[in-house]
Design a protein around this ligand. Structure first.
Ligand SMILES: [Zn+2]
Length: 291
């Protein structure tokens, strides 16, 4: 993804991994081959791997640089984490942090870290391993956690659904941040600064939030895991197998697709593959994701 510019506010992406991922019917239990086939003309070639039939997906973070602050949105899986149920995520050794530095963002310069929710693939780089201890990767940042989201994970472990379980991520990637005094427990409408603010988008998890960015007359919406893949622009009724509250997740997604269809709002999701950014546009009776 090229650097995006919203009136002087820039957005960059740091990739942890990307490529062919789940089969549609695995991550979206309601997906059928017929429904997928109807959307093929726009899903290929960016969003579906024609050879394997797998969805193309990405694991990435966003770096927002305003005049005043550097804001990180979602922090992927992280390095050195014990995630034996998901081999590609187990004891990773990726260049994510070096890539961030190469972008001109040393860890000390990050002012805010926003986790859209507290699933394992959105909190990992909150911490790093230092002499056998998990320490905050961004020592000068305020980490923003929605208060309902945090309260939920304080008392729940994600049900064991195979890959994607939290598998200790709350303990190794969230609690050390709180212990270091770097966490802010915020409301769903929290404003980070002028033109950068949260909106509650519950369903995928109880306290999931999206982030709005307004600058230079443009609008971007960071949707986290409210949508996992562009095909959900056509089928917003499809929940992922990881959605906590199916009815609420579906309703939140449907109202978002309706609200932003045929507008200039740029959608920046947590797992959409390159070219990543796009808009929701009408496509007959349904919508599609236009890059
Ligand atoms: Zn995710």
């Amino acid at each position: 993804m090229q650097t995006l510019d919203f009136g002087g506010i820039t957005v960059d992406r740091i990739v942890e991994s990307e490529g062919p991922s789940f089969h549609p019917g695995f991550i979206f239990p309601d997906a059928t081959p017929e429904a997928m086939a109807r959307e093929m003309d726009w899903l290929l070639p960016h969003f579906l791997d024609a050879e394997s039939g797998r969805l193309l997906m990405s694991l990435h973070s966003y770096v927002i640089r305003t005049r005043h602050h550097t804001i990180l949105v979602d922090t992927c899986v992280g390095n050195d984490k014990e995630r034996p149920s998901t081999p590609p995520w187990h004891r990773r050794d990726s260049a994510w942090l070096d890539d961030l530095r190469a972008m001109g963002v040393p860890p000390e310069s990050v002012d805010f870290v926003l986790c859209t929710h507290l699933h394992v693939d959105h909190v990992g780089w909150n911490t790093r391993l230092d002499n056998g201890r998990w320490v905050p990767t961004f020592p000068n940042a305020r980490y923003l956690f929605h208060k309902h989201e945090y309260a939920h994970w304080e008392t729940h472990e994600m049900p064991n659904v195979g890959s994607g379980t939290t598998e200790g991520s709350f303990e190794d990637s969230v609690l050390p941040v709180v212990a270091a005094g770097l966490a802010d427990f915020v409301d769903g409408d929290h404003e980070v600064e002028d033109g950068v603010f949260l909106e509650a988008s519950p369903g995928h998890t109880p306290g999931h939030v999206c982030l709005h960015l307004q600058g230079g007359g443009d609008h971007a919406l960071f949707t986290g895991d409210m949508m996992h893949h562009p095909v959900q622009c056509a089928y917003p009724e499809w929940n992922s197998r990881y959605c906590f509250d199916p009815a609420l997740s579906r309703a939140t997604r449907q109202s978002t697709v309706e609200r932003y269809a045929d507008t200039s709002t740029q959608i920046l999701a947590a797992h959409f593959p390159v070219p990543v950014v796009g808009r929701i546009v009408s496509n007959g009776a349904r919508c599609k994701f236009l890059v």
